[in-house]
Design a protein around this ligand. Sequence first.
Ligand code: THU
Length: 163
Amino acid sequence: MKPLQVTSNFTVYEQVEELPHDLKQLYQKAVLARTNAYAPYSKFSVGAALLLENGQIITGNNQENAAYPSGMCAERVAIWYASSQYPNVAIKKIFITAISSKNKVTKPVAPCGACRQVISEYECKQKQNIEIYFTGETGAIIKANSINDLLPLAFDNTLLYVT
Ligand code: THU
């Protein structure tokens, strides 16, 4: 028996102004995407913007449903759209932001567990890390260099092919 310590590293930007220019642009796309969320039940609108390797920016937002579990998060809407349209183009960065009409979202909105699993799948597929930036409506932005920092000890396809 021995301990196994897992550490994660993040960068915190106190405000949007601290971000480099290209990331400010990605942030703005995520903010715009957030305005088109369909979130009549939670009133929590999430926007996600992906920067692809070819320079294209793909966005998505959460799409809710009266049958609650049939809804979908912004990150997976964006990622699956990107993968369906550009299956061989790697995702370099994802920016996530959220706003609510119920309360001010001042804390960074991290991707949910299911979205982390999906981001992990595409990191494995493309054999390249995806930088993940997340924020609320206001306040700090947190950056992870890879999904490994948000989903350590992940279940991935290497476990399926063990002989
Ligand atoms: N949501 C996302 O879009 N992304 C996340 O990572 C967390 C949650 C959405 C799902 C639902 O429409 C609303 O936020 C409230 O949970």
